[in-house]
Design a protein around this ligand. Structure first.
Ligand SMILES: [Zn+2]
Length: 200
């Protein structure tokens, strides 16, 4: 990370510009997407005002188009979406369509498909950006770190050697949607190819 750090004063509704980041071993494909002349972040945090489906980004997202909502793939009971507040480049979320908060509330079909979508997402991200590893997981409840605790979501975070210092900084910022949109396009295309040619 070579850019300026983000301090508390800049995390609000202000638009700010930061220098592009670089971390050793970052994938070439994503590196191009993530190194414009100036990396612009929008500081606003679109936290829901309550826990209802009407306020829930994981309920309202699928009601709009894939590009607008940054959806990479739609399954039968769940779907895959770009995280608006990524810990790392290519950070995806797998969500059930249903507004449930806890893994124990998921049906067998939802659990199976979330597992399958997670595996496919890993394969797709590997094919695009060759991470060295992944963090997978679900934060159950706000106390456990869930940003949108009301709606279950599985994190898929690609990891590269040397990227750790980057996480707490980007975790509080929102990249401009265009950059995430370019990533979405790339991952959605790779997903379609993967489905046609499984076994990669
Ligand atoms: Zn929801």
């Amino acid at each position: 990370m070579t850019g300026e750090t983000t301090d508390d004063a800049t995390v609000g509704n202000n638009v700010q510009a930061e220098a592009p980041f670089y971390h050793e071993g970052a994938p070439q494909a994503f590196q191009r997407l993530w190194t414009p002349h100036r990396m612009v972040y929008i500081g606003g945090q679109n936290k829901p005002s309550d826990n209802t489906p009407a306020q829930c980004p994981f309920c309202t997202g699928p009601e709009r188009g894939d590009e607008e909502s940054l959806i990479v793939h739609r399954g039968r009971t769940g779907y895959v979406i770009m995280n608006l507040y990524p810990y790392n480049t290519g950070h995806l979320l797998v969500c059930p369509y249903r507004h449930i908060s806890d893994w124990t509330e998921a049906t067998v079909a939802e659990r199976e498909e979330i597992g399958e979508l997670t595996a496919t997402a890993m394969s797709v991200v590997r094919s695009v950006s060759h991470p060295h590893g992944f963090n997978l997981g679900m934060n159950q409840g706000e106390v456990a770190g869930a940003g949108i605790a009301a709606h279950l979501h599985q994190h898929i975070v690609p990891r590269w050697k040397g990227d750790a210092n980057f996480m707490p900084i980007i975790g509080r910022s929102k990249p401009v949607p265009q950059l995430l949109g370019e990533q979405r396009d790339m991952l959605a295309s790779a997903w379609a190819i993967h489905v046609q040619e499984p076994g990669d």
